[in-house]
Write a protein that binds this ligand. Structure first.
Ligand code: HEM
Length: 373
């Protein structure tokens, strides 16, 4: 298989921008009208995720060994869209038709052969992982909202009870969909460690143009139902080899997974000093401060430092969370979570200040690409 030819051809095709998913979905839905219902009602082109992923993943098939765990995760997670093995040939066919259309004369039998092989390889990994997962876990869990607490304009803390046992680790997230906005899935982190009563807490901020986040913040009520995909993500979990004190830096609702880690330490130990620096633009956005202050009062090892960046009248510490955090860095591992912009800027500052890369654990919310913070 000529993997360079796959990359080059995808590069050429992607130059046609939004026309590519438009063509792909037209072919897919025309040839397989039954799959239309799996996709969101509005298929705004800029929101396309599938076609971009297909091109990227398949044209990098020479690195498949590296991405197998991600593909397995993707395959397992695709069960939430009601995707089964029988749908893969349809997507493969639409992909090939799209490539042929945009490549014109450059579409050769050899290239068609290589794309087919590469697609089948990726599809096989996803299908096998989905089949394995079906033996032990459902495609999604149902969760009933038991409380909806609007903390400030545009931020709600939602507690939901899952219908049966849901395995996850503090620091992980899951894709969530809401009955009032069917088929739209977005990732949210859990703001708690696993509980016996099977409830989870979500910190939801309404993002611009975010159909799901707006509905969850403004429209969701007690008794409404959510769907929750399997828990994913390792970047913000606390592995056994991360020993000693911790420094945590939260931006906005990026607090959620860090709060979950604090709960984990409180429940499981070993106790260690945790400095949690919570950054917000103004004091209203310190939406969970009361709960954090209560936790700090209960646990002497926890130090919570609220920091506000854009409010000249704020009486507490003003500035950027990372600057305040760095004043207290004494070699600890650092956990960072916030918007994409905040996470990138914070990690950059930490590296500049000499914090070793392997001691920085971070994740980011990219609100326009499938993750609403
Ligand atoms: C090699 C095969 C495939 C790859 C690499 C792939 C990759 C992806 C990725 C990365 C996403 C975004 C992740 C997310 O929103 O959770 C996605 C979304 C999706 N995929 Fe796939 N996928 C594949 C096959 C399929 C098949 C066979 C179907 C069935 C028709 C399918 C249906 C969907 C749907 C319905 C979405 C959500 C789209 C949206 O919300 O706009 N995928 N896919």
């Amino acid at each position: 298989m000529d993997t360079q030819a796959l990359k080059d051809s995808w590069h050429l095709v992607s130059r046609s921008g939004d026309q590519v998913p438009l063509y792909f979905y037209s072919v897919l839905f025309l040839m397989n009208p039954d799959v239309r219902d799996m996709f969101p009602v509005s298929m705004a082109r800029q929101r396309d995720k599938l076609v971009a992923a297909l091109g990227k993943v398949i044209s990098n098939v020479d690195r498949i060994e590296e991405v197998v765990p991600v593909l397995q995760q993707l395959g397992r997670d695709h069960r939430k869209f009601a995707v089964t093995a029988t749908h893969y040939p349809a997507v493969g066919q639409a992909l090939l038709a799209t490539l042929e259309h945009f490549l014109g004369d450059r579409w050769t039998p050899q290239l068609a052969h290589d794309w087919t092989q590469a697609y089948n390889l990726v599809a096989q990994v996803m299908v096998e992982a989905a089949n394995d997962a079906s033996k032990t876990s459902p495609p999604w869990w149902e969760a009933e909202i038991v409380s909806h607490d609007m903390r400030t304009l545009g931020i709600a803390v939602i507690r939901a009870r899952l219908n049966y046992q849901y395995p996850f680790r503090p620091g992980q997230s899951a894709s969530i969909s809401y009955a009032m906005r069917p088929r739209i899935w977005r990732f949210y982190s859990f703001a708690n460690a696993p509980r016996q009563d099977n409830t989870i807490d979500l910190h939801v901020r309404m993002v611009d143009g975010g159909v799901l986040s707006s509905a969850l913040v403004m429209g969701a009520r007690r008794g409404d139902m959510l769907r929750v995909g399997a828990a994913v993500g390792e970047r913000l979990t606390l592995p056994p080899d991360v020993q000693g004190d911790l420094l945590m830096i939260a931006g906005g609702t990026g607090l959620a997974p860090l709060k979950a880690l604090v709960e984990q330490i409180a429940y499981e130990g070993p106790t260690r000093r945790v400095d949690l620096v919570v950054g917000a633009r103004n004091s209203r956005e310190l939406y969970d401060y009361e709960a954090l202050a209560k936790m700090a009062a209960e646990h002497p090892w926890l130090n919570v430092v609220p920091v506000v960046s854009h409010d000249p009248f704020y009486r507490g510490t003003r500035g950027y969370a990372v600057d305040v955090a760095l004043q207290g860095w004494r070699g600890q591992h650092v956990y960072v979570c916030g918007s994409e912009e905040m996470a990138q800027a914070t990690v950059g500052r930490l590296l500049d200040a000499g914090v070793p890369t392997e001691q920085i654990h971070f994740d980011e919310f990219t609100s326009d690409k499938g993750r609403e913070s």
